[in-house]
Ligand binder design. Structure first.
Ligand SMILES: [Fe+2]
Ligand SMILES: [Fe+2]
Length: 255
């Protein structure tokens, strides 16, 4: 499994050292050397797991964009807003420290870097992303289970059909959400898990179509069947979440 990091750092020894410290078996590093390039990347790309940003970015040329402006841009971008940021600086009095609660800065490291502390801080910050992902997966499972359970309380056929349509959309979005994270992070059982999702979706859709084509109130048996169809892949999900927890453990002891 790999984590993606965006390194916004001028070229030179610091940038080389950071690339060396972030071992390729665990991290994928995308490096940009100045504010304007980082600006375009934030506007056009999917967010990484962690942003490493130097407060001493060069301010030359016609377009001058420093670390503070990049932080503000990230805070205004959907998806980027919650991404933890690790600040690299040679000046402990920089204003970013004072604004850390507003700018999602998870930590700041003073140069010259101590490699052990650097890796520890990177892992701490990435743990936050991972923890947030696990919580979101669990939240979506609970929401889906509750929606299915609540079908029993709906008395109108029209509302049942609407609710079933919304459940099918939620299933699709949930599977996409899990698969996007798995694929971006090279989850080893991704293909197997994805095949399971495809089968579950097919079964759930067939059952929902069958219920919607009838004109009777949904029976308890059909609700139970839908729940079984949707959560039949629970073992795959348990395996996935266990894997993420092991990863969280490994991040708390990186050295
Ligand atoms: Fe899943
Ligand atoms: Fe799931």
């Amino acid at each position: 499994m790999h984590f993606t990091t965006l390194l916004i750092e001028p070229p030179g020894l610091d940038s080389q050292l950071i690339n060396l410290m972030l071992a390729p078996e665990k991290f994928r590093v995308k490096s940009v050397e100045c504010g304007p390039v980082a600006w375009n990347l934030i506007l056009d790309s999917d967010p990484p797991d962690l942003v490493l940003i130097d407060t001493d970015l060069p301010l030359n040329g016609n377009v001058r964009i420093g670390a503070s402006q990049l932080m503000e841009l990230m805070s205004s971008r959907p998806g980027w807003k919650e991404i933890p940021r690790l600040v690299l600086t040679s000046d402990s009095s920089t204003s970013i420290f004072q604004q850390s609660d507003k700018t999602n800065v998870c930590s700041a490291i003073l140069k010259p870097y101590d490699p052990r502390r650097f890796i520890q801080e990177v892992c701490n910050c990435i743990s936050k992303s991972l923890d947030a992902h696990i919580r979101e997966v669990n939240r979506q499972h609970i929401q889906l289970g509750t929606k299915i359970k609540n079908l029993a309380n709906i008395k109108s056929q029209k509302e049942i059909k609407e609710s079933l349509g919304s459940i099918l959309t939620d299933i699709e979005m949930h599977f996409d959400f899990e698969e996007k994270f798995m694929s971006e992070h090279y989850y080893p059982d991704f293909i197997e898990h994805q095949k399971g999702h495809q089968q579950l979706y097919k079964n759930a859709k067939m059952l929902i179509d069958e219920i919607c084509s009838g004109d009777r109130i949904i029976s308890k048996e059909k609700i139970d069947q839908l729940s079984i169809n949707v959560f039949d892949g629970v073992e795959d999900d348990k395996k996935y979440i266990n894997f993420l927890y092991k990863l969280l453990d490994s991040l708390s002891n990186p050295t």
